[in-house]
Ligand binder design. Sequence first.
Ligand SMILES: NC(=O)C1=CN([C@@H]2O[C@H](COP(=O)(O)OP(=O)(O)OC[C@H]3O[C@@H](n4cnc5c(N)ncnc54)[C@H](O)[C@@H]3O)[C@@H](O)[C@H]2O)C=CC1
Ligand SMILES: O=C(O)/C=C/C=C(\O)C(=O)O
Length: 486
Amino acid sequence: MKDIKHYINGQYVGSASGRLFDNVNPANGKVISKVHEAGREEVDAAVKAARAALRGPWGKMTLEQRTAILHKVADGINARFDEFLEAECLDTGKPKSLASHIDIPRGAANFKVFADMIKNVPTESFEMPTPDGTGALNYAVRRPKGVIGVISPWNLPLLLMTWKVGPALACGNTVVVKPSEETPTTTALLGEVMKEAGVPDGVYNVVHGFGGDSAGAYLTEHPQVDGFTFTGETGTGEVIMKAAAKGIRDISLELGGKNAGLVFADCDMEKAIEGTMRSAFANCGQVCLGTERVYVERSIFDEFVGRLKEAAEGLKIGPPDDADANLGPLVSLKHREKVLSYYQKAVDDGATVVTGGGVPDMPAELAGGAWVEPTIWTGLPDDSAVVTDEIFGPCCHIRPFDTEEEAIELANSLPYGLASAIWSENITRAHRVAGQIEAGIIWVNSWFLRDLRTPFGGSKQSGVGREGGVHSLEFYTEMKNICVKL
Ligand SMILES: NC(=O)C1=CN([C@@H]2O[C@H](COP(=O)(O)OP(=O)(O)OC[C@H]3O[C@@H](n4cnc5c(N)ncnc54)[C@H](O)[C@@H]3O)[C@@H](O)[C@H]2O)C=CC1
Ligand SMILES: O=C(O)/C=C/C=C(\O)C(=O)O
């Protein structure tokens, strides 16, 4: 069986401890590979390699040279598209039809977009008077922040990891990546592509392992890492924030959400159903931007619930290779336990189960997988944990509202503020409501339309900072002002 090693200083290396953990295919529960678990020793070697590489050829390259290499990384991913696709789908169980449209192309685009962007971002300059009348000129330059610790999740493994590594490298930093223990393969494979593309040794490093008391914590506790970028649960974000406080290191955190969709009676019903379907069920509901709370204006509530039920029941559950399948398994049996605990809680709290609520019957060869039914509830009280907690499964609760003010209040009622979707053909209303929703990302009559130049991140407990476009460059560089007396 294949074993997945760390990638440190341009070499694949195993752990000194010899500790390995299982990488499981969530579609059938079978072990697909063994993964080396990093101890402090491997994390330290990776950080030291990254620090040394800052002073090596990478740190001396011109912007042109560096960004040309990043284009080659993108081309390298595309050249091995099928290999990345296979690996991502085995680790996550997601449909190939989804990963081939989103995960892998975005993995490549994240390098090209930021390589091109950094070449086109101007810096600042201010002339100032001086008492002797000669004046002075201030100009600002960007310098890489240094060694960046990248801690990435399992729901969109290649996409979310490269969303951080692409701009970090474009800005001239070096990285140590700790991918999720659930999905290590594409991050490991990217090491080969980096090597082939000519990325100098030590620039891209990968250490595998778990979070607390393992590679994740060792990385965040390492004093020679200059900043951390993380996507995952809000509680983990708090732990990472505390670790980064020691040594006053910078952080960029994209955290959990419990996003609201607001459906007004003046919406285009077809569009609202199609968009809400995707936002609740795509990637088996494992998207931080997904809609788990749907608020629908009372006059169209019954029709909306009926049509969303019909659409959810039309989803085809199946493994990655099934070309007709549009709903894969959850990432693990452990995560299914969490999701099913909320399915049970919904019943305990008095929900009407409109559809789903359990585990589907699967053929024998898939019976060990983390399958779960797409589920819709109505009738829950606003303070039920099912309505307030991020479940991260293929499910949503639908509740009626009577006025625009009530809809806004409901949307803003939780400590999360990541994303929201508004469905209305009255564009004046859509602007008005969008302006009042407390969230970092608002979609109007759409969901998950992504322009990589836009600010991306959450407000309230959904994150700290923004990435995307120039905002990524802000995080991955230090600005330095140079004041020249003329
Ligand atoms: N994109 C998102 O917003 C995601 C949200 N989640 C949410 O989090 C819940 C739990 O899933 P997990 O995989 O446990 O999420 P998590 O937030 O614990 O894991 C994400 C990453 O952080 C690492 N990590 C965990 N604890 C750490 C620590 N103390 N120090 C450093 N790194 C650490 C993990 O190893 C993984 O690489 C899910 O049920 C879901 O609600 C999970 C993954 C992605
Ligand atoms: O950058 C994107 O397009 C997607 C982001 C999705 C997440 O951050 C998530 O699901 O965690």
